[in-house]
Ligand binder design. Structure first.
Ligand SMILES: *[C@@H]1O[C@H](CO)[C@@H](O)[C@H](O)[C@H]1NC(C)=O
Ligand SMILES: *[C@@H]1O[C@H](CO)[C@@H](O)[C@H](O)[C@H]1NC(C)=O
Ligand SMILES: *[C@@H]1O[C@H](CO)[C@@H](O)[C@H](O)[C@H]1NC(C)=O
Ligand SMILES: *[C@@H]1O[C@H](CO)[C@@H](O)[C@H](O)[C@H]1NC(C)=O
Length: 300
């Protein structure tokens, strides 16, 4: 009896205290870690905030179903970015799933993140995925965007500078990107690089309705888009954002140059050391590193 009473007097209060402090620790820790996404989701839910947004943009990153780790990393990279000017959604674009494991694992991703678009196509680079993406988009998403971008999964896009560069540009008949060839400064000849180019919604709809793209889907996807627009006499508004868009230093001769502060997009990030260099150069994690918080000791 005495032992049991001691148990009640000593063990229960200490257990209570333990859980009490654990609770506080979890709440504080979570509040600190989760605050950016909380702020973002509040922003998205509150229509008053949305009214201040000047335009909307969908960024579709074309990638393959099996690249789970790349999607995980890109979610981190884009999840901490936002722009006060634009309502920006980032989604991953896949063709048909072909393996049983993909159907389950990607279903998990969709349940958790709701950021995957699965198109009716067979996974490919240059036989029509970009066409299927633009042409089916108006049918498969429930809203319109001012702009739709196609991006590669080896490009780092800085959302705030991207939105800033788009703000003064027309919302219609617009074609934006990095004009090829590398040395060209004239967006009205040739086409925008597949690293990341952007079309206004009216052109996305045109791609879905016109016979011109439908008849011409095999070949380098970025070059074809330029060809369709030329044949259709489309995209009277064009903007090639050089030197803010480029290939990572040393990866592609004249399309590459050193990292610069006004960057919108860096392409050809194939290795982790390249991603690290880019994230460090743009101070992506610096804010956290500077905080004199307990978190720092865990990260160091
Ligand atoms: C999907 O694509 C295949 C082959 O191109 C076509 O036969 C089929 O009708 C398409 N299905 C839907 C739902 O669009
Ligand atoms: C994609 O999958 C759907 C459903 O399994 C099938 O009907 C369609 O033909 C496939 N499309 C292609 C292009 O393989
Ligand atoms: C489709 O493309 C072929 C070959 O480029 C061309 O001969 C044909 O006239 C085109 N058809 C249409 C409807 O544009
Ligand atoms: C990163 O931070 C350093 C130090 O504050 C600053 O000098 C540099 O301009 C920043 N870089 C960019 C790209 O903003």
């Amino acid at each position: 009896m005495r032992i049991r009473r001691q148990l009640i007097l000593v063990v229960f209060p200490s257990l209570f205290l333990f859980f009490f402090f654990l609770y506080f620790y979890v709440v504080l820790f979570n509040a600190r870690v989760a605050s950016p996404s909380i702020a973002k989701s509040r922003l998205a839910e509150n229509p008053d905030h949305l009214q201040h947004k000047q335009f909307s943009l969908l960024i579709g990153i074309l990638t393959c179903p099996d690249k789970y780790e790349r999607r995980h990393f890109l979610r981190l990279v884009y999840g901490i970015q936002a722009s006060p000017l634009a309502d920006i959604d980032v989604k991953f674009v896949l063709c048909n799933l072909t393996k049983a494991e993909q159907r389950t694992f990607i279903a998990l991703e969709i349940l958790r993140f709701n950021d995957i678009i699965i198109l009716n196509c067979t996974e490919n680079m240059n036989s029509g995925k970009t066409y299927t993406y633009f042409s089916s988009l108006p049918r498969i998403i429930s809203r319109r965007y001012d702009y739709v971008m196609k991006a590669d999964d080896d490009v780092f896009i800085r959302l705030a500078p991207l939105a800033l560069s788009l703000e003064p540009l027309p919302r219609f008949d617009m074609y934006y990107g990095f004009v090829i060839p590398c040395s060209s400064k004239n967006p009205f000849v040739d086409y925008m690089s597949g690293m990341g180019f952007l079309l206004s919604w009216d052109i996305v709809e045109w791609i879905g309705n016109s016979k011109i793209p439908e008849n011409d889907t095999y070949g380098p996807e970025d070059k074809l888009v330029g060809k369709w627009l030329k044949m259709g006499n489309k995209a009277k508004n064009r903007y090639s954002n050089k030197p803010a868009m480029y290939d990572y230093p040393g990866t592609n001769s004249r399309c590459s140059h050193e990292l610069i502060p006004e960057t919108v997009a860096v392409h050809r990030l194939k290795r982790w050391d390249q991603w690290l260099h880019v994230l460090e150069f743009f101070n992506v994690t610096k804010e956290l590193m500077n905080k004199r918080s307990k978190l720092l000791s865990y990260i160091k």
